[in-house]
Design a protein around this ligand. Structure first.
Ligand SMILES: *Cc1c(COP(=O)(O)O)cnc(C)c1O
Length: 395
C-alpha cells in the first residue's frame, strides 16, 4: 500500500481496510499469503549468526500473523500486539505478564465468568491475591488499593450485566501509584473505544467475537504500551504461544468488514432494544446506548459506537413459560457466544457468581446478540415467542 501523504488522518472505516496489508511485497496479491512454516532459513552464515532476517522462527511470527498484529496495534494506538489462540488465553497471558507471586490484583465483579476462574484458580495458585470490586466504583477504587496492588483489570461494559466503567477515573488512581491497568475491550472493539488513549496499559479483545464476525474462529489480541508491552511480549514468547496462520488470516479477513458489520449490529440492536422496551413482558433494558440507561452518560462521553450485545430483564414469569419463549424463537440461536453475523440469546443470572456486588432483578435476565438479519424479522420472531410464552404462563 502506498503510504498516506503526511498529515493524512484516515477514518476507522478506511483504516480497517488498509492496515496490515502490503500487496507489492507479495507480487500484488491483495491479502498477505497464509504462510505455513516453522523453519526460516538465512541466506548466509553472517545473516544467521547476526539474526538479520525479518523473521527468525515460525513460532515468533510470520507475514500472516504480522499483518494482523500491525493492524490491531495501529487501531489501538499500541506499541505492539500479540495474537493468542482464544480470547481467554489473551486474558490469562496478559494477567500472567504483569503479575507475580505476592502481588495483589483488583478485578471487576462484572468480568466474563471464565476470567474469574483464571483469577480464583490459576492466579491464586501462583500466589496472586485477587479482590473483586464494584464495576461502578470509579475513583473510589483508591480505597481498595494496597501497597502490593500491581494491576487493575476492567471489562467495560461487563459482558452480561453491561455496566459501563469510569475508565479515566480508575486509570487516574492507578497512574498515580504505578499500577498497571488492563481492560477486556471485546464489546466495543478499538473501533468504538480506544482504551490506550484513555491511559490504559493493556487492551484485550476476544477476536472470536467481532473481529472474526462469523462464528468460525477462536482468537485473541493483546495490545499494550510501554513497560506493559515489554512484559506481554516477553511472557507470550516464553509461553510459546502462537496462532495458526489460517486463523490469523481469518482474523484479518474479519477486520476488513468489521466497521460495516459493527455499525449494522449497533443500529439493528438499538431497533430491537427499543421495541423490547415497549413490550408488556419486559421490565427494563440494559443497553448503554439507550437514553436513561445507568451507563449512558459514560458511554456518551467515552465511546463512539455500540455493538449488538445487550440485555433485558423480563417481568416475573414461570421458568417453563420462559423455556417456551426460548424454544419458540426461529432466528435467535441459543448459544454462549456473540459477535457473529447471526442473532443469539441466552438466559443469565449473575447472582450465581458475583462477590463484590449484589445482582437483583425483577424477573429473568436474558442477553441478546442482534445479528445482521433484518430487524423487522427479528422483532416478529420475538413477538411470536412472547405470545407463546404468555399462553404457557396462563395455563
Ligand atoms: C468470549 C469472551 C472472551 C473469551 O474469548 P474466547 O475466544 O471464547 O476464549 C473473553 N472476554 C469476553 C468479554 C468475551 O465475551
Amino acid at each position: 500500500m502506498k503510504a498516506p501523504a503526511p498529515g493524512t488522518a484516515y477514518a476507522p472505516e478506511t483504516e480497517v481496510v488498509r492496515l496490515g496489508r502490503d500487496p507489492f511485497r507479495f507480487d500484488g496479491f491483495v491479502n498477505p499469503p497464509v504462510v505455513r512454516g516453522s523453519t526460516v532459513l538465512s541466506p548466509t552464515y553472517d545473516d544467521l549468526v547476526n539474526h538479520r532476517g525479518r523473521y527468525s522462527y515460525g513460532r515468533r511470527g510470520n507475514p500472516t500473523s504480522e499483518g494482523l498484529e500491525t493492524a490491531i496495534s495501529a487501531l489501538e494506538g499500541a506499541d505492539g500486539t500479540v495474537l493468542t489462540p482464544s480470547g481467554l488465553s489473551a486474558v490469562s497471558v496478559a494477567l500472567l505478564s504483569v503479575l507475580k507471586a505476592g502481588d495483589h490484583l483488583l478485578m471487576t465483579d462484572s468480568a466474563y465468568n471464565p476470567t474469574r476462574r483464571v483469577c480464583d484458580g490459576l492466579l491464586t495458585r501462583y500466589g496472586v491475591e485477587v479482590t473483586y470490586y464494584d464495576p461502578l466504583v470509579g475513583g473510589g477504587i483508591a480505597e481498595l488499593v494496597r501497597p502490593e496492588t500491581r494491576a487493575i483489570f476492567m471489562e467495560s461494559p461487563g459482558s452480561q450485566s453491561l455496566e459501563v466503567q469510569d475508565v479515566p477515573a480508575i486509570v487516574a488512581v492507578a497512574r498515580d501509584r504505578g499500577i498497571t491497568t488492563l481492560i477486556d475491550n471485546t464489546w466495543a472493539t478499538p473501533l468504538y473505544f480506544r482504551p490506550l488513549e484513555h491511559g490504559v496499559d493493556v487492551s484485550i479483545m476476544a477476536g472470536t467475537k467481532y473481529l472474526s464476525g462469523h462464528a468460525d474462529l477462536n482468537i485473541g489480541t493483546i495490545a499494550a504500551k510501554g513497560r506493559a508491552w515489554k512484559q506481554v511480549i516477553g511472557t507470550h514468547g516464553d509461553m510459546g504461544i502462537c496462532v495458526s496462520p489460517d486463523d490469523a488470516a481469518l482474523g484479518a479477513r474479519g477486520l476488513r468488514t468489521m466497521a460495516v458489520r459493527l455499525e449494522r449490529h449497533w443500529q439493528s440492536g438499538l431497533e430491537v432494544a427499543h421495541w423490547l422496551q415497549a413490550q408488556p413482558q419486559v421490565a427494563r433494558l440494559i443497553h448503554p446506548a439507550m437514553a436513561g440507561d445507568a451507563g449512558h452518560d459514560l458511554w456518551t462521553r467515552d465511546f463512539t459506537g455500540a455493538s449488538g450485545l445487550f440485555s433485558a430483564i423480563l417481568k416475573p414469569v414461570p421458568e417453563r413459560a420462559l423455556a417456551i419463549f426460548f424454544d419458540s424463537l426461529a432466528l435467535f440461536g441459543m448459544g454462549y457466544s456473540w459477535g457473529g453475523f447471526e442473532s443469539l440469546i441466552i438466559p443469565f443470572d449473575c447472582s450465581a457468581y458475583r462477590t463484590a456486588t449484589r445482582w437483583q432483578t425483577e424477573g429473568p435476565a436474558i442477553r441478546l446478540h442482534v445479528g445482521l438479519e433484518a430487524p423487522a424479522d427479528l422483532i416478529a420472531d420475538l413477538a411470536q415467542a412472547f405470545v407463546r410464552m404468555d399462553e404457557a404462563a396462563s395455563t
